[in-house]
Design a protein around this ligand. Structure first.
Ligand SMILES: NC(=O)C1=CN([C@@H]2O[C@H](COP(=O)(O)OP(=O)(O)OC[C@H]3O[C@@H](n4cnc5c(N)ncnc54)[C@H](OP(=O)(O)O)[C@@H]3O)[C@@H](O)[C@H]2O)C=CC1
Ligand SMILES: CC1=C(/C=C/C(C)=C/C=C/C(C)=C/C=O)C(C)(C)CCC1
Length: 300
């Protein structure tokens, strides 16, 4: 029974054997957890992989490890702090100056259940890092993605989006705040962004997908003692980061899923989203508000 449950909770394997030599990929938050395993797999397939990390030291250690295990020396570390729009702009500027193409962008980095705090630009931390940071990064890299088509943007969301709501009057948690709910709201924002981006990219050669990776052993639970206990107690039922990376990889490399752009995936298959996540009016409004907060034109 245990084994059956274990298999159910950890299923979903990216079986594609697509090779990526000559392709360029960026993975945010690639120094640990799901991002690290995603980057390793892309490197094993021969891609040049940029590990976009806020901590360069951790990033360099992981780059060496990935180079050693995959035999691919084209694993590069660049500084990216998604809690600071200056850092995001500097990362994008550097990348655009050094690379001719971008084929895969994996918006993976994330924070969960942080004590109330704000980014350098005054955005609530979950909304700022998980949503706005990746929204800005994607905006800055979109022309390159278009020039490199077929290309893909994968946004790592969560099943937790089901508990999320976009409170437009309290986006920065100033009226009320719960770290757990703030995370859920930001993961809902990831799905709304994916759907609106896909709608706007129709007819281009860039496609986009959102992903629930499963419940995975990682450092994501660093701010929650309760979840640390739960993870230890249910160790057997929780995915390894390598298993957690499978759906991101599936969406990044599987051939023939272009027609499903904008869809949500879990365990390497299409997955249901909440009614909020499927609401086009909320998606459009979130897009406009995000542009407004970041000082971007609305029609990108
Ligand atoms: N683990 C799980 O069960 C689930 C995870 N997810 C999602 O999967 C994604 C990956 O999470 P997971 O691997 O589990 O978590 P980890 O905490 O292990 O990894 C998160 C990564 O994001 C990075 N990061 C955090 N803040 C920033 C920032 N300001 N700028 C740049 N990078 C940052 C971290 O860097 P650093 O090491 O420096 O802190 C780390 O590399 C997240 O989006 C998460 O929401 C979704 C559902 C379930
Ligand atoms: C009910 C239940 C579990 C709890 C799951 C939880 C609490 C998941 C939380 C996921 C998070 C935090 C996702 C982040 O995006 C286990 C331990 C798998 C064991 C099987 C039954």
């Amino acid at each position: 029974m245990g084994l059956v449950l274990r298999k159910m909770l950890s299923c979903g394997v990216c079986t594609s054997n697509v090779q990526l030599s000559g392709k360029v990929a960026i993975v945010t938050g690639a120094n640990t957890g799901i991002g690290k395993e995603t980057a390793k797999d892309l490197a094993r397939r021969g891609a040049r992989v940029y590990l976009a990390c806020r901590d360069m030291q951790k990033g360099e250690l992981v780059a060496s490890e990935i180079q050693a295990t995959t035999g691919n020396s084209q694993v590069l570390v660049r500084k990216l702090d998604l809690a600071d729009t200056k850092s995001i702009r500097a990362f994008a500027e550097g990348f655009l100056a050094e690379e001719k193409y971008l084929h895969i962008l994996i918006n993976n980095a994330g924070v969960m259940m942080c004590p109330y705090s704000k980014t350098a630009d005054g955005f609530e931390m979950h909304f700022g890092v998980n949503h706005l940071g990746h929204f800005l990064l994607t905006h800055l890299l979109l022309e390159k993605l278009k020039e490199s088509g077929p290309s893909r943007v994968v946004n790592v969301s969560s099943l937790a989006h089901h508990l999320g709501r976009i409170h437009f009057h309290n986006l920065h948690g100033e009226k009320f705040y719960s770290g757990g709910l703030a995370y859920c709201h930001s993961k809902l924002a990831n799905i709304l962004f994916t759907k609106e981006l896909a709608r706007r990219l129709k007819g281009s050669r860039v496609t986009t997908y959102s992903v629930h990776p499963g419940t995975v052993h990682s450092e994501l639970i660093r701010h929650s003692t309760a979840l640390k206990w739960l993870w230890q107690l249910f160790f057997f039922f929780i995915k390894t980061p390598q298993q957690g990376a499978q759906t991101s990889l599936y969406c990044a490399v599987t051939e023939g899923i272009e027609g499903l752009s904008g869809s949500h995936f879990s365990d390497c298959q299409l997955a249901w989203v909440s009614s909020q996540a499927g609401n086009e009016t909320i998606a459009r409004r979130l897009w406009d508000v995000s542009c407004d907060l970041l000082g971007l034109p609305m029609d990108w």
